[in-house]
Write a protein of this length. Structure first.
Length: 160
């Protein structure tokens, strides 16, 4: 069975995550997007990062996040969050996560995250094992943009 390369899920913007203007708080975007990715990889790839941490002492830590806020996500709004692995190395994952309105006609935010594979027991960077590398090769969906700013321009509607 061929695994999907772009994963998608829905979320509702909650009151406690909003600012006084009823917009999703800037820091909360990251929580919504990372939580969605965690749920998506468990559901579609049977990859439970918390189980790996418990049983094998390995996991991933966030190395960097780049995020662009394009349109506000509003209180009680239903959003769609999709994500994909855009690149991987022997010990890093580069993931793109996008937040859309309910029918994916308006891009609200885009984030690039770099995750570092980490051995919790030895407290150091760790190379992916063969099984993980095979999974990443199967699911990787690169983008043509050379950098984050170029990717924003590719996805953001252009004004005429």
């Amino acid at each position: 069975m061929k695994l999907p390369k772009v994963l998608e899920s829905k979320a509702k913007i909650r009151f406690q995550d909003c600012d006084p203007f009823n917009h999703l708080n800037n820091a909360s975007y990251i929580n919504y997007m990372i939580n969605a990715r965690e749920d998506q990889i468990e559901k579609h790839y049977d990859l439970d990062i918390f189980e790996l941490a418990k049983t094998k002492g390995i996991s991933w830590v966030v190395g960097t996040n780049q995020i662009a806020y394009l349109k506000p996500a509003l209180l009680m709004e239903d959003v769609v969050i999709d994500s994909q692995l855009i690149r991987h190395t022997e010990n890093q994952l580069h993931v793109e996560i996008r937040m859309w309105n309910h029918d994916k006609t308006e891009l609200k935010a885009i984030m690039w995250s770099t995750f570092i594979h980490f051995n919790l027991l030895q407290q150091k960077r760790w190379n992916h094992d063969e099984q993980l590398v095979k999974l990443f090769q199967d699911i990787q969906e690169p983008v043509s943009a050379k950098n984050f700013e170029e990717r924003i321009l590719q996805l953001k509607p252009q004004k005429v």
